[in-house]
Design a protein around this ligand. Structure first.
Ligand code: 13P
Length: 255
């Protein structure tokens, strides 16, 4: 059975003290997670050691990073390496988020290098993909997302692919309050799984967790997570409030 995962992406939000309070409130009411029901919290780099320490005694909830350098180390001012993340207790790293692609010009070529760095440190990669509104309006979303996946992931071995979680985040749904309908999301997730099936075979396709992201919240999570190919969510705004994030975790537990 593949893992269901709820991952909170805090983006560039919360002070250290606010982050501490939020994690405290989450762990205080965390349900019993399992091998197949997992939670990841991805705060800013500055918060990682604090969050890792807070989560240490809890099973199946871990700290993630929102990015890592494409370089192993050295004179790259302002960068944070996968080695550093690993040493700080990080288990997964989000790569290819649309905000990084758009505002920091991240290309598939760069993502290939970042993924290699993450894998060198045994970090699991939460790989984001998703189309802008113009592409959705032209009904070209499968080609667009398919190309993002092919370019950044399809050089990987089956063993490496096993360490990838895919997050489908349609750009038009991120932070807009306009969630994809569960039918739209399910259709894309099934398409992504069919791509994995064609390239890597049924075993990898069935094992790969595919998360939905984009205005996923306490109200719509249960319906989204009830879809056959939606294995959880990558949560932005709703991950900044303990009640909302716990409600989304609860929707995953009962899916
Ligand atoms: P929102 O949940 O705020 O739409 O953000 C989604 C996202 O980008 C998570 O990575």
């Amino acid at each position: 059975m593949r893992k269901r995962i709820v991952a909170g992406n805090w983006k560039m939000n919360l002070t250290l003290a606010e982050g501490k309070n939020l994690v405290e409130a989450i762990v205080a009411q965390l349900p019993a997670l399992t091998d197949t029901r997992e939670v990841v919290i991805a705060p800013p780099f500055t918060h990682i050691t604090q969050t890792a320490a807070q989560l240490e005694e809890y099973a199946h909830i871990s700290v993630g990073a929102q990015n890592c350098s494409s370089e192993a180390g050295g004179a790259f001012t302002g960068e944070v390496s996968a080695t550093m993340l690993q040493s700080a207790g990080v288990g997964s790293v989000i790569l290819g988020h649309s905000e990084r692609r758009e505002y920091f010009n991240e290309t598939s070529e760069l993502l290939v290098k970042k993924i290699a760095q993450a894998f060198n440190q045994n970090l699991r990669v939460i790989f984001c993909c998703g189309e802008p509104l113009s592409v959705r309006d032209a009904n070209e979303q499968n080609n667009f997302v398919g190309k993002q996946i092919e370019e950044a992931l399809f050089h990987l071995s089956a063993e490496e692919m096993n360490q990838i979680v895919i997050a489908y985040e349609p750009i038009w749904a991120i932070g807009t309050g306009r969630t994809a309908t569960s039918a739209q999301a399910q259709e894309m997730h099934a398409y992504i799984r069919s791509m994995l099936q064609n390239k890597y075979g049924n075993d990898i396709a069935q094992k790969t967790s595919i998360l939905y992201g984009g205005s996923c919240n306490a109200q719509n999570a249960a319906e989204l997570f009830s879809c056959a190919d939606i294995d959880g969510g990558l949560i932005g705004g709703a991950a900044l409030k303990s009640e909302a994030f716990l409600a989304i975790i609860s929707a995953m537990m009962s899916a």
